[in-house]
Design a protein around this ligand. Structure first.
Ligand code: AMP
Length: 651
């Protein structure tokens, strides 16, 4: 099962051993994190490294004051004002533009001045619903500059999802754009936003819009403002950074869980800045003046940590890319676009997801050899399990270490990986690596909560508190939900549950074996099956529904829906079931966005449940994947599972 990664170098003699580094973080956390804190600028020094008086709430660097935008932008003006900071590349629109740190500083101040003019002050929420354009990064940094809390909502989400996030975040201002574009197809954002604001109870005071001239926009008088107008007005604005307490909130980002209601993961300021600075050095081995390329989206946590804040804090240029991995700047197919960017901008560290590599794997392998990739030191992959064939293919193609890293929206930075900047330890295919400094990772028995210490015993992956800097502080406005959801799921123990199954082998390498809850991972996008079920049950023709994640060769997993229709006649009427399937998919598109659309909707007369009425999702999933459905002694109606088996076998 485990294969040493032949690409990884053996340990450099000058490097410390990672085991020692990790041990220090466990045995002397105060000294360790005090040292890491030197990687950022502090306006006021902290007086207490970690306040863990009220577990599980960890408060990092109390008494200290800093600012994320200062650390990402302003502090670099002294040494690297004219060096590249943000490299914006869109293969959708053909736009390619580099902003130096000085230019980024100017743009961020224009955006900050515009927000100030709209009445935004420290602590106010600003919701950002934007495509991958440079203005989205300006907006995030401008919020950080003012101490406003940004809530970036992934542009692929539709009105229903957006409305629930507007109601939870209650933003004073929303920043958006006329449209995004995907594979040359324009996706108008403004009508989706207008619909979401209509659906939400909370209404923002103002909406700031970037007009890319991709789709017509109807401006709402008294509410909607154009960025071009405000930018022109604040061309020479000077807006100073607001010094924030280390524990002040920097942002919230929504993620899916086991209930339909998304969770606003809340992060602090100082701990996050230190965590990112430390990870850029110790994990990504990125150095100031070099270029970092993360292919993620600002709507996801990777986009926050490793498109915007992390690389900039490290003084690196960051590439922000809009478009498919297989599309050239002229909009024509080009499976080497990313590699040509690596060559052109001399990228040293690249970050992507296994699903993107699986897409590239379908291209001509010669495309990997077309460009000079000698600048690249490592490719980091995260978001979903990295299967061995994919890992091997890209490792052989690029001839650089492929470093899998396991983390979550909640953690903000890798939990398990290889700390390439500390020691270039060998990787094992199928394993993200070993626990990162600051993370006390354990494997516990699912029902007894007992720690599993023997190699290769399967259990739930948990983290003992205090969680390290950068980790979520709480769930926005809901401390009780934070404690109950994450810290009370293992009987008798207060530990943070990742809700992932895992094992640790005899060498201490972890293997992640999938979620313990109802969360699925489609092309690296985390989705709650409950959210999809809620959308589907809203359809008048649906009596009952179960959504499960099913293994897929390209996307990792896809959602599959089993629906009991209100009219049983649908079951025997091919045309009616096809129509209902189409209607249901349209409904999910409208509520949640196409990312959440099930790959198939299949109609059944009953769903398999336990005698106490609990849906047997794991059994449905097993049947869909052609596996054994496991122990079914508590099942109420075995015929229901057989029906699912028949439906799946039918096509
Ligand atoms: P998200 O919060 O969207 O980043 O999703 C986090 C979840 O994605 C984790 O709990 C895992 O189930 C999965 N995940 C992320 N990275 C990896 C990885 N490298 N290997 C296996 N699973 C991963």
């Amino acid at each position: 099962m485990c294969h040493p990664n032949p690409q990884n170098e053996s340990r450099d003699k000058n490097m410390a051993s990672y085991a020692d580094f990790y041990r220090q973080s466990m045995d002397q956390p105060e000294a360790f994190w005090t040292e890491q804190a030197k990687l950022i600028d502090w306006h006021k020094p902290f007086t207490r490294v970690c306040n863990y008086d009220k577990p599980p709430f960890a408060h990092w660097y109390e008494g200290g004051q800093t600012n994320l935008c200062h650390n990402a932008v302003d502090r670099h003006l002294k040494d690297r004002a004219d060096q590249a900071a943000l490299i914006y590349v869109s293969s959708e629109t053909g736009v390619e533009k580099t902003y130096s740190f000085k230019e980024l500083h100017v743009e961020v101040q224009r955006m900050a001045a515009s927000l100030l003019a709209m009445g935004v002050v420290k602590g106010d929420r600003v919701l950002i619903y934007m495509p991958m354009i440079a203005e989205a990064a300006f907006a995030m940094l401008a919020c950080a500059r003012l101490g406003a809390i940004h809530c970036v909502v992934f542009g692929g989400f539709a009105s229903g999802s957006l409305a629930s996030r507007i109601d939870d975040a209650t933003p004073k201002v929303i920043i958006s754009a006329d449209a995004g574009s995907r594979g040359g197809k324009v996706v108008a954002y403004k009508p989706l936003l207008d619909e979401a604001i209509k659906l939400s109870t909370h209404k923002p005071d103002a909406v700031l819009l970037v007009d890319r001239q991709l789709a017509p926009m109807h401006l709402v008088a008294g509410r909607d403002l154009l960025w071009s107008t405000l930018r022109a007005k604040y061309m020479a604005a000077q807006v100073h950074c607001v010094w924030l307490d280390s524990t002040d909130i920097s942002y919230t980002i929504y993620t899916s869980g086991t209930t339909g209601k998304p969770k606003g993961v809340q992060r602090d300021t100082g701990g996050y800045a230190v965590a990112l600075a430390a990870s850029m050095k110790h994990i990504f081995d990125g150095r100031a003046g070099e270029t970092y390329f993360s292919t993620s989206d600002i709507g996801w946590v990777v986009g926050h940590s490793y498109i915007v804040y992390g690389p900039l804090i490290a003084g690196m240029a960051t590439i922000m890319y809009e478009g498919l991995p297989t599309q050239g700047m002229d909009g024509q197919p080009n499976g080497a676009i990313w590699w040509s960017l690596v060559e052109k901008y001399k990228v040293t560290a690249m970050f992507s997801a296994p699903t993107a590599v699986r897409v590239l794997r379908k291209q001509d392998p010669a495309l990997l050899k077309k460009n000079d990739l000698s600048s690249l030191r490592a490719l980091f992959l995260a978001g979903e399990p990295l299967d061995e064939p994919t890992g091997r293919w890209i490792s052989e193609g690029l001839n650089v270490p492929i470093i899998d890293n396991y983390w979550q929206t909640e953690s903000g930075w890798p939990i398990i990986t290889i700390a390439n900047g500390v020691e270039k330890k060998a990787s094992k295919f199928g394993s993200p690596g070993v626990p990162m400094y600051g993370y006390r990772v354990k494997i516990l028995h699912e029902s007894t909560g007992e720690e599993l210490t023997q190699p290769n015993e399967k259990g739930v992956v948990v983290i003992d508190g205090p969680t390290p800097p950068g980790f979520m502080q709480t769930i926005w406005k809901d401390d009780a939900r934070f404690v109950n959801t994450y810290w009370k799921s293992v009987p008798g123990k207060m530990v943070y549950s990742t809700f992932d199954w895992g094992i640790r082998d005899e060498d201490g390498y972890f293997f992640i074996l999938g979620r313990t809850d109802d969360v699925i991972n489609v092309a690296g996008h985390r989705l709650g099956t409950r959210e999809i079920e809620e959308s589907i049950s809203g359809h008048a023709g649906v009596a009952e529904v179960a959504v499960v994640g099913v293994a897929d060769a390209l996307k990792g997993q896809v959602a599959m829906a089993f629906v009991v229709p209100k009219e049983s006649a649908v079951l025997d009427d091919a045309a009616a079931s096809l129509k209902l399937e189409g209607d249901i998919m349209k409904r999910v598109d409208g509520d949640l966005g196409a990312v959440a659309r099930p790959s198939r909707v299949r109609f059944v007369s009953a769903l398999p449940k336990t005698r106490s009425g609990k849906l047997l999702r794991r059994a449905i999933q097993a049947v869909c994947e052609g596996r054994d459905a496991g122990d079914l002694t508590t099942m109420d109606d075995p015929a229901a599972l057989q029906q699912i088996r028949d439906r799946v076998a039918a096509k």
